[in-house]
Design a protein around this ligand. Structure first.
Ligand SMILES: Cc1ncc(COP(=O)(O)O)c(C=O)c1O
Length: 411
């Protein structure tokens, strides 16, 4: 059945976002999105967990919010309380946590609580596209702070805060992805986190800490969360099971003072996030999370090695990147004449999807010849073949790399 004859257009209110495009499937070689490694989804454990939890307490599904209330399934919040203390140093109670439908919903709830059109926020110059798009849609001014190999640069943050203050502007928050930054992969050391907190206190600007990659560090060692180090209570911390277990489950969480959590709860009008996912995660994670994560990171590390080898082989010195300490992305710099927005189009036509840098940055000129590659979801073979195709397309379109697979190419 089609709805071709009925015209909805005159009924649409002003200010709607652009319509979504229909999904046309993943590219043959897909290096986009925050997808995970299908081989590493702990299927057997999840199957056992779903059976056990449904047999034991499946009838609670008859009640909105199970028997746990609107903040989410109690045992999952208990698991998070222990995990956040152990791994991130965060001392919080289950009642300080709100379970949400992926950390994307956390971004929406924090934004809805704090932001109005015309507001200003501070972000890392290179940052998560989903966060940038939300700010654009809300009409919020995002001031980008450059990064170095330790994350957001504090000298640049200090001058941006001073400059904004001189103009009478108090930013609503400082948004950071401090632990395996997206897209650059940096980890902010403890000393810099302290400096960030000092500036936050000095200027009265809260910190919005997005920690969704914090479990994916090769050696398992992470600095304490900014939330854990804060003495002023002005940190909103969000996390997710998307990167450690599976993104399609859509389970994330917010840790925040009740003053903020109660506001977000009032805005979360969906009568609770999916209950079965929360039950299964709690049942699986309590006994298995700590053994699952090292297996996952080992597989991801191997794929990063394959990606870096393939880039070295096919792009040679034309591709510059850091050997990241964790995560699922590599942020790559190509020669200055490469425009990755154009490369994206040409590569897609050849079956390779990439994330062009300008979509992940507030500085379109700086990011013009940069791109983000997700190495978690393609197979090892797809990584090798996909990078070879990408190099061919790049050479055809931009004349670089001159050499590919150690064979000199004639223009
Ligand atoms: C920095 C960051 N925050 C939030 C998200 C959203 O994740 P999810 O809604 O799946 O938890 C992503 C996804 O890639 C991300 O990279």
């Amino acid at each position: 059945m089609t709805s071709a004859s009925f015209d909805f257009a005159p009924l649409l209110p002003a200010g709607l976002p652009q319509p979504a495009a229909r999904w046309t499937g993943l590219a043959k070689y897909s290096f986009v999105g925050g997808n995970n490694d299908p081989e590493q989804v702990p299927l057997d454990g999840l199957i056992d967990a779903v059976n056990a939890v449904l047999k034991r307490e499946g009838r609670t599904l008859a009640t909105y919010g199970l028997a746990s209330g609107p903040q989410g399934y109690g045992p999952l919040r208990e698991f998070l309380t222990a995990k956040l203390k152990r791994d991130a140093g965060i001392a919080c109670a289950a009642d300080d946590i709100l379970i949400v439908s992926g950390s994307l919903q956390a971004l929406d709830l924090v934004n809805q609580t704090l932001l109005a059109r015309g507001d200003t926020v501070i972000v890392e110059q290179e940052t998560y596209q989903g966060s940038l798009n939300r700010l654009t849609r809300l009409g919020v001014n995002a001031v980008g702070i450059p990064l170095d190999h330790e994350g957001m640069r504090m000298d640049a943050l200090a001058s941006a805060l001073a400059d904004l203050k001189a103009r009478g502007i108090r930013p609503k928050y400082i948004y950071t992805i401090p632990t395996v930054q997206n897209p650059t992969g940096t980890i902010m050391p403890e000393a810099r986190r302290s400096e960030l907190l000092r500036l936050s206190a000095e200027y009265g600007v809260p910190i919005f800490e997005d920690d969704c990659y914090a479990d994916l560090i090769w050696d398992g060692k992470r600095p304490p969360a900014i939330h854990a180090m804060a003495k002023h209570g002005g940190v909103i911390h969000i996390g997710s099971f998307s990167k450690s277990i599976a993104p399609a489950l859509r389970v994330g969480f917010i840790v925040a003072p009740w003053e903020m959590l109660s506001r977000m709860l009032a805005l979360k009008t969906d009568a609770g996030s999916g209950a079965l996912e929360q039950m299964v995660l709690a049942e699986y994670c309590a006994p298995h999370f700590t053994s699952h994560v090292p297996a996952l990171t080992k597989a991801l590390r191997r794929k990063l090695d394959v990606l870096m080898e393939a880039l070295n082989e096919h792009f040679g010195t034309s591709a510059e990147f850091e050997d990241n300490k964790g995560g699922i992305f590599l942020w790559v710099k190509l020669p200055d004449n490469v425009d990755t927005l154009k490369l994206y189009q040409a590569a897609l036509a050849a079956g390779v999807s990439i994330n062009p840098g300008p979509e992940w940055s507030t500085d379109k000129a700086y990011s013009k010849s940069r791109l983000r590659l997700c190495f978690a979801s393609p197979s090892v073979e797809q990584i090798r073949e996909g990078v070879a195709v990408l190099a061919e397309v790049c050479r055809r379109e931009f004349g670089v790399p001159l050499r590919s697979a150690n064979v000199e190419k004639r223009a």
